[in-house]
Design a protein around this ligand. Sequence first.
Ligand code: SF4
Length: 290
Amino acid sequence: MKIDPAAVEEAARLLYIRALKILPDDIKQGFTRLQAAERSATGRRVLDTMVRNIAVAEQTDNLLCQDTGIPIYNVVVGRGVEFDGWALKEAIASGVARATREHPLRSSVVHPLTRQNLHTSCGTRIPVIHIDFCEAPDCLTLEMIPKGSGSENNSWLKMALPAEGVDAIKTFVVDCVLSAGGKTCPPTIVGVGVGGTADLCVHLAKIAATRPLGSHCDDPQGRELETQLSNVVNTLGVGAQGLGGDATAFAVHVEVAHTHITLNPAAVNMQCHSARRALARFTPAGVAYE
Ligand code: SF4
């Protein structure tokens, strides 16, 4: 199967807009679960308001949040798929710039030193593009994740000592959730990376934070850590929008990589309640949006 860069550009454009406007069903179901479990009257009121905000945004074809985020694209390439890698990168950036200009969207991307905004939502190394490969034949998926600053500003890395073990990771995650408080617009998905190198660990935390609710870590110990930490974070009292209550997080997600014998890295990356994702699936039958 050959991938046409023009189709990638159009998908990248549409995905950015769709991601900003349509909250995935798993997050909506996550809200329903938290509303049912919330014991604080204030917490219930805040959750109700957030759910109403989501419904109004979708009914009026508006953005779910004013923060258009940093554009991130995850490309997963199946077997037997042919494409020009450079053209694919250019097509994604061009789709992002078109969405920004044509919708129009606020460009949230600036040069880190001059703070100059090109008003394209693009710049040096932006959009962020991750490419991975899978076994499925004749399939390429393009997933778009606009990551807002409230959630991204609350990112941490700890190079713990191996002797400190798993307890250091658990304490670190709890400290991060408390330190973030309401700044991440909770309820959140708390993404935890465990192992690898410093950079891989932070990357894993982002993968974990942006995974759909209901998905689980492939590693059995990682999955157990997910369950333990998911139970703990909703006893911390941060609550929806940091105003108190049980609904601090939809879930804690963990991703694991093997590491060096003298390393014990842990990273946290948060996803806010506006946990937007949109995906396009390229197959020989055409492009389908999910
Ligand atoms: S953290 Fe999320 S909900 Fe809060 S302002 Fe940023 S994108 Fe919007």
